[in-house]
Write a protein that binds this ligand. Sequence first.
Ligand code: NCD
Length: 305
Amino acid sequence: MRHLIEIGDLSVEEIGELIETANDMIANPDYYNEICKGKKLATLFFEPSTRTRLSFEAAMLDLGGSVLGFSSAESSSTAKGESVTDTVRTVGCYVDIIAMRHPKEGAPLLASMSSEVPIINAGDGGHSHPTQTLTDLLTIKREKGRLDNLTIALCGDLMFGRTVHSLIAAMSCYENVKFILISPEELRIPDYIRVGILQKKKLEWVETDEMESVLGKADILYMTRVQRERFFNEADYLRLRDTFILDTKKMEYAKPDTIIMHPLPRVNEISPKVDSDERACYFKQVKYGKFIRMALIMKLLEVSK
Ligand code: NCD
C-alpha cells in the first residue's frame, strides 16, 4: 500500500505517468467514468479548503466512485478530543482511500503509520502540499511543454507557503531549472528547503525582495498569498500582506510567454485585471487539479486503465 505524504514519495517517472494519465483524462473523460465504481474516498479536512477538497471529491465522482467526509475539525470527533490516529483508523473501516488536510505539520504522516488505507496529504500546516504540486506540474507541462530548462520565480510568503516548498522540491528534480525567490526578508524560504534542497543539490537560485528587475527572466511567475493563519501576530500579517501585488503595470516587465500561476485562494496579490491577460494560468490550474487527482486516486487504489 502506498501513501502520498510528500512529493518525494513519487519518482520523476511516476510523476510523468500521472501527467500522461491526466492528459488522457482531459482528452477522453468518458473512458474513465466508471473505473472506480464501488470505491469510496473520504476527505478529512481539519482546515478550510475550497479547491483541494472539492477537486478531490469531483475527481472521485468522475471516476464513478463515492465520497464522504467532513470539512472542519469542529464537526468531527476531534472536537471531543479524538486523536488523528483514531479518526483515521475509524474512517479506514468505511472507505478505500483518504485525503487529509491538517493544520499540524506531519499529521498526515502520523495518520499513515496506522492507516489501513492509502492516505493523501492534502496540505499539512506550513509544510507541504504534494497534490497542489502535481497540479502545478501538469499545468507547467501543458502550458510550457516541458518541466526542464525553466526559470521559475516564486513570490510572496515563501516561509509558510506549503505549495512553494513542495513545488521547489519537485522542480529541483528536473534538469536546468533555476529559481528566483521573491519575498520580504521575514518570509524567506525555510532552511530545510534552502540548505536541504537548493544548496545540497547545488541549484542555481537567487533571493530578492524586489519584483520588477527579475520578472523579465522568469518563464513562470508563481504568486502566493501571505498565509495569515500561520502568523503569530496580526500586526505582522497586516504589515506584510500587500508587499507584492501583481498588476497590469508589473505584467509589462514579464516576457510575452511567461505564465502566471497561483495555487489560490488569492487575496490582494494579483489584481483581478490581470485575469484577462492570456498569460494568467491560475484558473487553468484549478481545472487541471481535478484531473491529476483522478490519476493519483487510480494509482493509489491500483486501478488500471
Ligand atoms: C493553498 C493551500 O491550501 O496551501 N491552496 C490550495 O490548496 N489551492 C494555498 C493557500 O492557501 O494560500
